[in-house]
Design a protein around this ligand. Structure first.
Ligand code: SAH
Length: 358
């Protein structure tokens, strides 16, 4: 069996690992290896992005959803969820407020809600882009047809986040009802790339029934897809879901995976997620120190924040976005990083770097 030290060295020097090597790296991790990879990963992030941390203003504009994902608090089967929708005017006001705070990326996220037709989404995107031409618009509204994605892109959307959730089809079936297909979700990701979106995939760490082999397959899927952004965060149970009694994903494993992902895909835009900040008070700072370089503060109007509950005890649901920004600037500054007012595109787009970023 290969020595874990050799595997870690191979990861650092080539960014390529086999499935077996990833499993060994996960199974046999030690505090020393974790610290070493975190150091290497954060220096790779600094090589490409300096000490900059990019911020994305997240507008959670609807918590209506037609899907029934077993882990998610806004699943259609949750009769206790108090549903809301923001009007197009509320969404663009929110985006303008965020612009004033320095956000140059606006993320529109929601459940899969047919109330917002493609035309309506197109108008919302066009309004934001017309009012703020230097803003990148990111969508995170689930699985749609090629034609719908193309219409969003033509309306001016720049990026799209769609976590693949898990690359293993058997595991996918344990997390989702049978009408949701992992093949379709992955196909959506390839369509998004083909259309020209800067695309984000990702998965939850410690989701129910997840094995190290599943994680290895997730990492290999990400390496193959080569997305511009990767979102990973711990699974956190929500009381009104099928998985209410499962335990949350671990901080330490999430940080370790952030480092491994940074080393496998050196230029990727990698958020220290809200879920990471929820399982540990300094989770997002630790995420940056492990190789992450993005934070996605909540820009949703205060009145709806608590209603967009994907999981329990979510942080930053009680403060105005302006307060959150001040707090984040302090937190990020305290570890030697700086929040910047910048679109924060993947450096590949700006320099034509190759897949490996080498
Ligand atoms: N409807 C959109 C947005 C989903 S919410 C879509 O389908 O992409 C964004 C992400 O939150 C999901 O992709 C999922 O990975 C994560 N999420 C959902 N429930 C969660 C939970 N209980 N704990 C942690 N993350 C969760």
């Amino acid at each position: 069996m290969a020595d874990i030290r050799d595997i870690a060295d191979k990861l650092v020097s080539t960014g390529e690992l086999t499935r077996d090597e990833i499993v060994i790296l996960l199974e046999n991790r030690t505090p020393e290896i974790r610290q070493d990879l975190a150091k290497k990963a954060s220096s790779v992030a600094r090589k490409y992005y300096g000490n900059k941390v990019y911020v994305r203003g997240l507008i959670e504009f609807t918590n209506y959803c037609k899907n029934d994902c077993y882990y998610c608090g806004i699943r259609c089967g949750n009769k206790n969820a108090e549903r809301y929708r923001l009007t197009p005017e509320e969404i663009s006001e929110c985006a303008s407020y965020g612009y004033g705070l320095g956000f140059r990326t606006i993320v529109l996220q929601g459940g899969e809600d047919a109330f917002y037709t493609d035309d309506m989404m197109g108008r919302i995107i066009k309004t934001i882009k017309a009012e703020h031409p230097d803003v990148a618009v990111t969508l995170s509204i689930g699985e749609k047809s090629y034609e719908s994605y193309k219409a969003f892109f033509d309306a001016g959307a720049d990026r799209y986040l769609l976590r693949h959730e898990t690359a293993d089809f058997g595991h996918y079936a344990k997390l989702h009802p049978a009408n949701l297909s992992p093949a379709n979700r992955q196909n959506c990701l390839y369509n998004l790339k083909k259309i020209g979106f800067q695309t984000g995939a990702g998965f939850m760490v410690g989701s129910p029934y997840q094995t190290y082999e599943n994680i290895a397959d997730d990492l290999l899927f990400l390496k193959k897809l080569d997305p511009e952004m990767i979102g990973i965060g711990p699974f956190i149970p929500h009381k009104d879901t099928v998985f209410a009694d499962f335990k949350a994903g671990e901080l330490e494993l999430t940080l370790y995976l952030l480092s491994i992902i940074r080393l496998m895909l050196p230029t990727v835009l990698l958020p220290a997620t809200t879920a990471l900040g929820t399982i540990a008070p300094n989770g997002r700072e630790l995420g940056i120190l492990a190789g992450a370089n993005v934070i996605m503060p909540n820009l949703s109007p205060l009145g709806v924040r608590k209603k967009y509950a994907l999981y329990d005890n979510k942080i930053c649901t009680g403060e105005e976005a302006a307060e959150c920004m001040e707090c984040l600037k302090r937190r990020v500054g305290s570890i030697g990083y700086e929040i910047v007012t910048d679109r924060g595109d993947n450096i590949k787009y700006l320099t034509g770097l190759t897949k490996e970023g080498r």
